[in-house]
Design a protein around this ligand. Sequence first.
Ligand SMILES: Nc1ncnc2c1ncn2[C@@H]1O[C@H](COP(=O)(O)OP(=O)(O)OP(=O)(O)O)[C@@H](O)[C@H]1O
Length: 258
Amino acid sequence: MSSLRNSGLCVKDLEVEYKSGQLALGRMNFTLPEHGIYTVIGPSGSGKSTLLRAIAGLLPAYQGELLFNGKSLRDKATLVGLVPQNYGLLPWKTVQANIRMAMKIAHRSTESKAKQEEGITRWLTAMGIPELAERYPLSLSGGQQQRVAIARAFAILPTILLLDEPFSALDAITREALQQLFLDSWLANPATALFVTHDVEEAILLGQKIIIMPSSKQDSPVFVDNETLFGMQHGEKRDSDEFFEQMKRIRKVMQEKW
Ligand SMILES: Nc1ncnc2c1ncn2[C@@H]1O[C@H](COP(=O)(O)OP(=O)(O)OP(=O)(O)O)[C@@H](O)[C@H]1O
């Protein structure tokens, strides 16, 4: 049994250097309880995508340890879903075939075909795009591709869900609608989610904690608790006093650390 100290996502002395010798991510140490949404903001180049890639197992090498409930992520025993910045959809497969393939890889065909098809329809519907099932990714708008990528990530029912600026290609209204869809979908499958965004408001509207990456690789990230807002109805957050207080708090940290 894992002790409480080891439960959740544990990042121990993580440091990433790419082949060029450039330090992409300074030493990081933190533990995040499971079943939470953690938003990550930081200046360009501070290592947000690199952090997600390390957790997703996409880096050939890194220093330190990544554990989930005490088990190393290197062992691939924990199912991780990633929505990368470029959506990562296969252009030669239809929307539904993209999702089907991800489900097959994740569950190694242990699921019945009927259950798989039901899952595909359910997640496309949850993202508001059931009519796009037969279309090919390159015939879709950027925002539609983002929805497909999010549906695909949720459809594999991951334990850890990583999202790299998933709503960046959306207009403000669609973005708000998708934030709500994301929260509803997360409630249906409360993965441990790391959500990278450039938008401070979005970080406050979605995260249970907000992780602020520093510009200096020698500095540590700052964690801002956001439980009060996280517990509110999504539609009421933006107009609340707590939202404005949180904006002020975070801007202060940004001024100091960026
Ligand atoms: N494949 C790579 N090879 C070499 N260096 C890389 C590679 N990918 C990223 N880097 C470098 O690592 C650092 C962190 O990059 P990363 O993409 O993680 O930052 P980020 O915070 O996600 O930036 P952005 O907000 O612009 O997406 C940067 O200095 C970047 O130039």
